[in-house]
Design a protein around this ligand. Structure first.
Ligand code: SF4
Ligand code: SF4
Length: 432
């Protein structure tokens, strides 16, 4: 069975051009290589968007560097066709005119920010005073959008500046605060490390990352409206429900990046920038393939594969942009973090009387069905594989329903990039 794939278009009129200089930005290799496009042609971009179909979101770099007349042009066009729009921004430049455009053209705003005050210092603007002033503007924009009834979703990257043990209490307080404002969706990223300097200065250790995530799991119990969609994803994946999972869990081919259909300023189609390790924005390959995932399944973990991992159906080696040694053939360098978190959530489910797919007797049969599809260059979701096996008369696979009948609480988590209509405005691994 080949499944229909609904994609999200990312329009990047200014490429990676940005108004600030986040020190850890995964797009820096492209800037360092001088691959920054300065010209754009909205008509060419629209033509490519029409060809691909579907709604789009504006990305950068920083897309609010676009003149307001061009923002209005592209959003009016998008609204007329799709009834909605999106943007992912660092929020620093948001002004009155932008807010009017957000209202008028139904623009959902995703803001990339790492917390208040000093917690956001890695999003550097040249001087400490300038950085703090820019952070204050971002926070004022979040407050304003919430006041105006269009709360943004947030993307927060964890690093030594905001998620070490001494910083976590302030980050928690801020999550409580933004929930009070009306923010309901926060996506948390582990820092994607591009060079040894960034690793030394900003990267958390595995233990620190795990401790931070576990602290957010505890905080989640207290929050009533704010959703850390990462945990929603991971729980659903353990239940074998991947229909709404974000791209990082879905066997992303680095040469086609199914979840990200980029359109550059000259109308050219490109991939997710997370895989541009050499600073080159390669054009998109014609056909998706799954070599990385077939290789990871069969490669021993000692050689940076995933062989024998009971969480493979959930994790699949994770995002190729985070692969060990910047080589997409390897599994993610954050394997230890994800394994610890999956084990933690798995134990919670077992304690609640559920049998996660990771412990289900049919797990290997489901793996084989998914692998068989990959060898044909076809994407088969885990949910569809489970259905196939059940229909085929093999062991019934129902890891979600051992005692709890209905766990389909996935309706409102974000970036339904592969199969849904949600968060066409915010690529989950984008840091604007
Ligand atoms: S963030 Fe990673 S998994 Fe998602 S589209 Fe980009 S490269 Fe693929
Ligand atoms: S947890 Fe590690 S070994 Fe398991 S699938 Fe993910 S990256 Fe591979």
């Amino acid at each position: 069975m080949v499944e229909d794939i609904v994609v999200t278009l990312e329009l990047r009129p200014l490429g990676v051009k940005c108004n600030i200089q986040c020190q850890y930005c995964y797009q820096n290799p492209q800037r360092d290589a001088g691959n920054v496009l300065h010209l754009y042609d909205l008509e060419k971009m629209k033509a490519t968007a029409l060809e691909l179909g579907g709604s789009f979101t504006l990305f950068g770099g920083e897309p609010l560097l676009l003149p307001e007349k061009d923002l209005e042009d592209i959003w009016a066009w998008g609204y007329a066709r799709n009834g909605r729009n999106g943007i992912q921004t660092n929020g620093v430049l948001i002004n009155d005119a932008h807010v009017q455009l957000f209202h008028r053209y139904k623009v959902h705003v995703g803001i990339s920010v790492d917390g208040p005050g000093e917690l956001n210092d890695a999003r550097w603007v040249g001087t400490l005073a300038g950085t703090r002033a820019a952070t204050a503007k971002t926070h004022a924009a979040i407050e304003r959008l919430c006041r105006e009834g269009i709360p943004p979703s947030l993307i927060v990257t964890l690093h030594r500046g905001n998620a070490t043990a001494d910083k976590l209490p302030a980050l928690h307080d801020w999550f409580r605060y933004v929930e009070g404002l009306g923010v309901s969706s926060v996506r948390i990223h582990i820092l994607e490390v591009e060079n040894p300097f960034i690793r030394q200065k900003y990267a958390l250790t595995t233990a620190e990352n795990v401790a931070a995530f576990k602290s957010f799991l505890a905080l989640e119990q207290e929050l009533t409206r704010l959703d850390f969609d990462l945990f929603t994803d991971m729980r659903q994946l353990l239940r074998g429900d991947d229909h709404a999972a974000t791209c990082v869990w879905n066997a992303c081919d680095p040469y086609t990046t199914r979840a990200v259909q980029g359109i550059e300023g000259n109308g050219q189609r490109t991939n997710c920038g997370r895989t541009n390790k050499d600073g080159i924005d390669f054009v998109k390959a014609d056909e998706e393939s799954f070599e990385r995932y077939l290789a990871l399944y069969h490669t021993p973990q000692v050689y940076n594969g995933c062989q024998g991992c009971r969480f493979f159906l959930m994790c699949k080696g994770q995002c190729p942009g985070t692969a060990v040694a910047h080589d997409w053939r390897n599994r993610t360098e954050h394997c230890d973090v994800w394994m610890a978190l999956y084990a933690h959530l798995e134990a919670e489910m077992v304690a609640a009387g559920e049998t996660p797919l990771s412990l289900h007797p049919s797990r290997v049969a489901v793996e084989q069905a998914v692998l068989a599809a990959w060898t044909q260059n076809q994407y088969l979701s885990v949910a569809a594989a489970m259905e196939q096996i059940t229909r085929g008369g093999e062991t019934a696979v129902s890891p979600t329903t051992t005692t709890h009948g209905d766990h389909t609480d996935h309706g409102d988590s974000y970036h339904r990039d592969v199969h849904g209509d949600h968060l066409d405005h915010a690529h989950p691994y984008r840091t604007a």
